[in-house]
Each structure stands twice: as C-alpha cells, then as structure tokens.
Write a protein that binds this ligand. Structure first.
Ligand code: ZN
Ligand code: ZN
Length: 131
C-alpha cells in the first residue's frame, strides 16, 4: 500500500465527521506535504472501489467519505453540515416490502435524516437568551 493511501486511511479512521475530499487533503498534507489534491481524489476513488472506505453522496453539499463501510444511517445537520452516524438498527423490512410490491431485486438502501444537531440546538437557545 502506498504511503499516500495509508495516510488517507489514517485520517479517515481518526475522524467521525464524514469529511469531504478537500478536508482529507488538508489533513493528509501534514503527513505527506507533497501530495496533490488529484492524488487524494484518485486514492479515495480506489479505496471506495475496493470497499475500504465508503463514498456517501449527501443532500446539499456533495460527496463525503466514511471509514465505516457497514450499512448505517446518517443524520445530516442543516446548520453546520455535519454528518453523524445513527446507532439505529437497519430496517430490512423496507427492502422486502418494496421487493414484494414492485418485483425489483432490492439489495441495499441508504437513509439520511436531516435536521438540527445537538450542538446547533445549544447555540440556538444560547443566542436566543442573549437577544
Ligand atoms: Zn449542527
Ligand atoms: Zn457514517
């Protein structure tokens, strides 16, 4: 495995923020100063194809990356843009139900919930009190 790839995986493993390629690039540069953004993009694509990281397309602000490749649900904060993992059992009945009704062979599904995260809610009440 190349040094660049290792550095990218390390950055992803150590964050739970589901970062963008640009953010990963900024972090990886601290370890591998001469790395280019194109190299980061290419390695992320390869890692995604190899199933070592997963690429998530979010509503709104583009592609993010996740070290957790198991199926899990996400919560996307409308205020700060953070994506949080939800510790929620995967609802496989939806796949069976839709397969039965439509005849489609359903093998996966993604779920992204949206709203306001706890930190942003705190900020809301805080600024609310100051006004
Ligand atoms: Zn937030
Ligand atoms: Zn995730």
């Amino acid at each position: 495995m190349s040094k660049q790839k290792e550095a990218i995986i390390r950055v992803l493993r150590e964050t739970s923020s589901h970062p963008s390629a640009e953010w990963i690039y900024e972090q990886v540069r601290k370890d591998v100063p001469n790395i280019g953004l194109a190299t980061v993009y290419r390695n992320l694509r390869l890692l995604n194809e190899a199933g070592e990281v997963s690429e998530i397309r979010t509503s709104g602000d583009g592609t993010r990356f996740d070290y957790n490749t198991r199926t899990h649900y996400h919560f996307h904060c409308d205020r700060c843009g953070r994506i949080l993992d939800l510790d929620e059992p995967i609802d496989t009945t939806i796949e069976a139900r839709i397969a039965r009704r439509t005849g489609l062979r359903v093998t996966r599904h993604h779920l992204e919930l949206g709203g306001v995260c706890l930190d942003c809610q705190k900020l809301e009440t805080h600024t609310g009190a100051c006004v």
